[in-house]
Design a protein around this ligand. Sequence first.
Ligand SMILES: [Zn+2]
Length: 287
Amino acid sequence: MRAVAMNEEQGGFQQLTGFTRVQGNRRLGGSAGSAYWDRILGELMDMLGGFGSADADVFISSTAGFGGGGSRTLGGISMANLNEAHPEEVKLILADINEITGLSVDLDDNGYMRYRIPEGNLTGSITAALFFIGSMNRAMASEEIVNVIESEVLRVSSMDPNAPINLQNTIEFSIDEVYGYIKGTSADLNNKTSGFGMSFLHELGHTRVGGRLQDDSPENPNYGPNIDIQNQIRRELGTNWGQEKTHSPIWIAADPTRNFFPYSDQALKTLQEGKIPTSGFIWVKRL
Ligand SMILES: [Zn+2]
């Protein structure tokens, strides 16, 4: 809460956020849009609360409309490597993230991600916005860099907490794998449900900066907190984004050349019966 107090005393909240505060409202207040972002910013401050005073400054700078940007800070998310090899697909990642988070996200001159909190109509998933801003802030607060690099596989280099920090923050990004998910998405679903933006956010969740979230859990080897946050984002985006039911692919004898990821209860049930689903799934070529 300290960040709010500092800003209010300096009279800079409107300047910092672009929102107009309504007299008598202790928080950002006013329009529905402000209420939305008030909640985001409030939750972010709660997240940062345990980090100590130095991070409050990071938070303030990131709400000033220019969050991120490696040229000004030591930490951040660098897309430089992937952008050099695949600039068109990096544009797709950014476009998806804009849609999914409702933020305005682009790259600075050094290839680092930065975001703006837009005014006006707010769309997207509050969970995605929180997760993305929170990750950006953690990177800046810890001065860690997430490197997104070209790869034949889609993964984070290491989720071992004892591995070198740079490996825990390296996203190996396979554009072919993502194109495969897009192509294999059943017609009833939005083909961005495991597209460039969601795949990026998924891998970001595995990084040290993103919280080292797992795809499995003690209760379920095929479902964990990283899938859970993605499904929450999908719920907020709409029913046609589906729900990833199990992170491990399902193979059935009736269709031996493909692997299936069920994105609906019906598809899961159909697959468990050994039959080919007609909706609510993503298939990939079986290797
Ligand atoms: Zn994963």
